[in-house]
Design a protein around this ligand. Structure first.
Ligand code: URA
Ligand code: SF4
Length: 209
C-alpha cells in the first residue's frame, strides 16, 4: 500500500522522524529528488508553518524555505513580529517534485498531486502531533488541502482563524497565500500582496494570546 505510514514510528520525536523520512519510499517523488527535506525551527514552537514542498534550493540543501520564497517568508515573519527561531517550519510534501527537459537542464517546479499530499500526510500528522503547536499556518492551497476542510479556498477564506479537532485536541488553523505566489504577483501589486501575507501572519499570532 502506498504512503509514508510504514516508515513513521509511533512515539518518535522530530529528529527521529526526520531521520526515518530519509528512507521513505511512500510515493515515487523520492527517486528523482536529491534528498528528503523535513523541517526546521523549534520542535517546541507554539506556531507551525506548513508550505507545499521543497523547491530547487531546498532540495539541494536539505532545508525548507531557504530559497527565494523562504527569504520572502523570513521578511514577512520578521515584519509580523515572529522570530524564525520561535516557529516550526515544514512542508505538506517532503520531496521536490519537478519536471526537466533533459538531464542537467533546469528543474522546473511541478505542484504535487493530491496523491502525493495523501502519501506524505503521515509525516505531517506525526510531526504536528509531536510539536503540538497551538496555531498552524497553511501557506497556500497544497498545505490547506493537507490540513483544512475540503471547501477551504485561499481566495475566500484566507486570514480567518479556524478551530479544528486534532489528535491533540482542538487547535487553531489559518490559511494564507503561499510566499511563492506573492513572488508571482505582477510587480505593481506585489507590495499589496506581501502586506496581506504579513497581515494574515499577524492574525495568526493574535491567536497565541
Ligand atoms: N516553498 C515551499 O512550499 N516550501 C519550501 O520549503 C520552499 C518553497
Ligand atoms: Fe515519502 Fe513524502 Fe517523499 Fe513521497 S514525498 S517519498 S511520501 S517523504
Amino acid at each position: 500500500r502506498p504512503g509514508a505510514q510504514r516508515w513513521v514510528t509511533a512515539g518518535a520525536d522530530v529528529a527521529e522522524l526526520a531521520r526515518a523520512a530519509q528512507g521513505c519510499r511512500g510515493c515515487e517523488l523520492w527517486e528523482p529528488a536529491t534528498q528528503v527535506v523535513f523541517s526546521a525551527g523549534s520542535p517546541t514552537a507554539r506556531m507551525a508553518l506548513v508550505g507545499e514542498q521543497p523547491g530547487d534550493q531546498e532540495d539541494r540543501r536539505g532545508v525548507p524555505f531557504v530559497g527565494p520564497a523562504g527569504r520572502l517568508l523570513q521578511r514577512a515573519l520578521e515584519e509580523a513580529g515572529i522570530s524564525r527561531g520561535d516557529v516550526y517550519v515544514t512542508n505538506a510534501v517532503k520531496h521536490f517534485r519537478f519536471s526537466q527537459a533533459a538531464p542537467g537542464a533546469r528543474r522546473i517546479h511541478a505542484s504535487p498531486d493530491l496523491a502525493h499530499v495523501s502519501a506524505c500526510r503521515p509525516w505531517l500528522a506525526a510531526e504536528l502531533a509531536r510539536v503540538d503547536p497551538d496555531v498552524v499556518v497553511c501557506l497556500g492551497a497544497t498545505a490547506a488541502r493537507a490540513l483544512l476542510p475540503k471547501d477551504f479556498r485561499v481566495t475566500r477564506h484566507r486570514g480567518q482563524l479556524i478551530r479544528l479537532a486534532t489528535s491533540r485536541g482542538e487547535k487553531t488553523f489559518l490559511g494564507t497565500i503561499h510566499p511563492s505566489a506573492v513572488l508571482r504577483v505582477p510587480e505593481e501589486q506585489r507590495p499589496e500582496a506581501y502586506d496581506a501575507l504579513v497581515a494574515d501572519l499577524r492574525v495568526a499570532t493574535s491567536a497565541l494570546g
